[in-house]
Every structure is written in structure tokens, then in C-alpha cells.
Design a protein. Structure first.
Length: 133
């Protein structure tokens, strides 16, 4: 199954079992509003209720919790990618602007260019590795 949040996983498994949110809520002794919040990732099931939830949905506790970890890792990965690209872009723009204004020496420009290119190279290598996994 592709990387899903715990809420997406609950929704998917509940529908796969042909249950409504109300059906799941009754089995879990919570309200259907609570189930709705879980599925929209506005809240999470109580940690003590995860084993019961896993049993009802026909999965394991590990699968439910791994869904959350994978989703969080995905968000961190996105942020790292944005930062690496942003630094590379910022260094390039800074070199251009300071060169036009004649406010940068060659050593500083080469250093900044090296930093920017290093960030972009790390981004490309990192994503090449991600695609191979």
C-alpha cells in the first residue's frame, strides 16, 4: 500500500470492510465525529485503543503506526528538498544581484556558487536514491 497517513489508512480499511464511520464508531465506543476527525487527520485515536482498532480493521498495530511514520517522513523529505533548492536559488540570485551592483569580490562569488551548486547536487543525489528505493 502506498504511503498513507493513519487517517487515510483508517478510512481505506474501514471502507474495504464495508463499514460506515458510524459502524466503526459503535465498535470502538466513540462518536462518529471522532472517527471523522481521525480520517481527516484532525486527531488520532487514543494510543490505548489502537490494538482494538487494528483488530476491527483487520490489520496490525504496526501497520497502522507505520502508516503515520511514513507520512511524517514524507513531509520531512519534502521540506528538506525545498530548503536545498531554495539555498541553491538564493545563492545564484545573490551572486547576480551583487555582481550587477559591483558589491562582490571573485572569492566570495565562487564560495557562494559552490554552496549553491553543492545544495543542488545533494538534492539531485538524494532524489536519485529515493527513486531507487
Amino acid at each position: 500500500m502506498p504511503s498513507k497517513s493513519i487517517g487515510e489508512m483508517i478510512s481505506y480499511l474501514r471502507k474495504e470492510k464495508g463499514m460506515t464511520q458510524n459502524d466503526l464508531a459503535e465498535k470502538m465506543n466513540v462518536t462518529d465525529k471522532a472517527v471523522s476527525k481521525w480520517e481527516r487527520n484532525l486527531s488520532c485515536p487514543d494510543v490505548n485503543s489502537i490494538p482494538k482498532l487494528a483488530e476491527i480493521l483487520g490489520t496490525t498495530v504496526e501497520e497502522l503506526l507505520n502508516a503515520q511514520v511514513k507520512k511524517e517522513n514524507s513531509k520531512v523529505n519534502e521540506i528538506v528538498n525545498i530548503v536545498l533548492i531554495g539555498i541553491g536559488l538564493a545563492m545564484g540570485i545573490c551572486i547576480i544581484v551583487t555582481s550587477i551592483l559591483k558589491q562582490i569580490d571573485i572569492n566570495s562569488a565562487i564560495t557562494m556558487l559552490g554552496i549553491g551548486m553543492s545544495c543542488l547536487a545533494i538534492y539531485l543525489l538524494k532524489n536519485k536514491d529515493d527513486k531507487q528505493l
